[in-house]
Design a protein around this ligand. Structure first.
Ligand code: NAD
Ligand code: IPM
Ligand code: MN
Length: 368
């Protein structure tokens, strides 16, 4: 049988640096676990713009639709700030999400024991934290029409439109309820039904789907601003959070800091299953291209490595191997491996991106 195929798009800034460590780990699974992938590399974001004048070449888009999974590093950076909006690096990523129809973005925030002291919050608030944010990813204000900058009278007006159809809400709600069934059976849906019609519909539809199809799941509703506050007040009250595209973007960065660093948070963006039952999927860290530390060997590769663990679990039905990789990350942290973003109260000497890769590979070897 052919090996499963992976398209790797390292992107910009620290993207290629963290992806280099993932590539070593992919090779390890091929050599030591008889789990080989057919890997191809291509460009996205500013790197693609530099070569092709577009942040995502049509050929790359076509391959993304064909392969079994896509792994992406990060896109963007100050070099591209003045580009026309239509060719900005971020447009490449948004096109991938839209054309692959990756409507369900899983952003888990877990606090590893070794890092419980590192969060900006008190240890007992975050220790043992394990929540899953499900962010709708292909609609809402990111894609709604009308949009643009228009002339109105003697000034300009910038317009974006928050728009959700019932079916878009239904499908992301189902994906959150399905996940909750395999976790703590609790979903909290966040919107602003107090001020937005799209929020009223979101609340109605999530409740209807729950009542009709998931009576075993406990569903609560919360205004997203309160949700942000509750995430830092008492994050362990949540199991699965389901929310729209923009609120999900903001709330997941907020959740990242509960784990100690934005460099820890992976994500899986999933679409509907193909004929073979495998969902269309793209895996990427939640963080961006981190221009302030790019090229200095300071980036934490764990978010990208844990994104590959999510690929093992959600695309390749390799839950045991995903757990092996997650445990290796945990072990490396327990052994004291710390990139500069993980310098907690105890201080110490930070290691480089590559040395973090070494530490995780060592823990993987020890797992055999
Ligand atoms: P960012 O996530 O790149 O960085 C925010 C802060 O977190 C920075 O101080 C950075 O050094 C730190 N950080 C991020 N990842 C880290 C890691 N792995 N290890 C250690 N520290 C890390 O967000 P930003 O600065 O607002 O955005 C920079 C660029 O990245 C922008 O062009 C933005 O559009 C883009 N971006 C891309 C993605 C993506 O590709 N998915 C996500 C977010 C932002
Ligand atoms: C993310 C990023 C993206 C978003 C940008 C880079 C398009 O912030 O993946 O969280 O806003 O969705
Ligand atoms: Mn974001």
């Amino acid at each position: 049988m052919a090996n499963p195929s992976l398209l790797i798009l390292p992107g910009d800034g620290i993207g290629p640096e963290v992806m280099a460590q993932v590539t070593r780990i992919i090779d390890w699974f091929g050599e030591k676990r008889d789990l080989a992938f057919d890997v191809e590399h291509d460009l996205v974001g500013g790197a693609a713009y530099d070569k092709h004048g577009t942040p995502l070449h049509d050929d790359t888009m076509a391959r993304a639709l064909e392969v079994d999974a896509v792994l992406l590093g990060a896109v963007g950076g100050p070099k591209y700030d003045d580009l026309d909006f239509s060719v900005k690096p971020e447009r490449g990523l948004l096109r991938l999400r839209k054309e692959m129809d990756l409507f369900s973005n899983l952003r888990p925030a877990q606090c590893f024991d070794a890092l419980a002291d590192f969060s900006s919050l008190k240890k007992d608030i975050v220790a043992g934290l394990d929540i899953m944010i499900v962010r709708e990813l292909t609609s809402g204000v990111y894609f709604g029409e009308p949009r643009g900058i228009f002339e109105e009278g003697n000034e300009h007006v910038g317009i974006n439109t928050q728009r959700y159809t019932e079916s878009e809400i239904e499908r992301v709600a189902r994906s959150a309820f399905e996940l909750a069934r395999r976790r703590g059976s609790k979903v909290c849906s966040m919107e602003k039904a107090n001020v937005m019609e799209s929020g009223i519909l979101w609340r109605e539809v999530t409740q209807r789907v729950r009542d009709a199809e998931y009576p075993d799941i406990e569903l609560s509703h919360m205004y997203a601003d309160n949700g942000a506050m509750q995430l830092v007040r008492a994050p362990k009250q949540f199991d699965v959070i389901v929310t729209d595209n923009l609120f999900g973007d903001i709330l997941s960065d907020c959740a990242a800091m509960l784990t100690g660093s934005l460099g820890m948070l992976p994500s899986a963006s999933l679409g509907a299953p193909n004929a073979d039952g495998r969902p269309k999927a793209l895996y990427e860290p939640v963080h961006g291209s981190a221009p302030d530390i790019a090229g200095q060997g300071k980036a934490n590769p764990i978010a990208c490595i844990l994104s590959f663990a999510m690929a093992l679990r959600y695309s390749f039905d390799q839950g045991d191997e995903a757990a092996r990789l997650e445990k290796a990350v945990e072990q490396a942290l327990a052994d004291g491996a710390r990139t500069p973003d993980l310098m907690g109260p105890e201080g110490g000497t930070p290691i480089t991106t590559e040395e973090m890769g070494d530490a995780i590979l060592k823990a993987l070897d020890a797992s055999l």
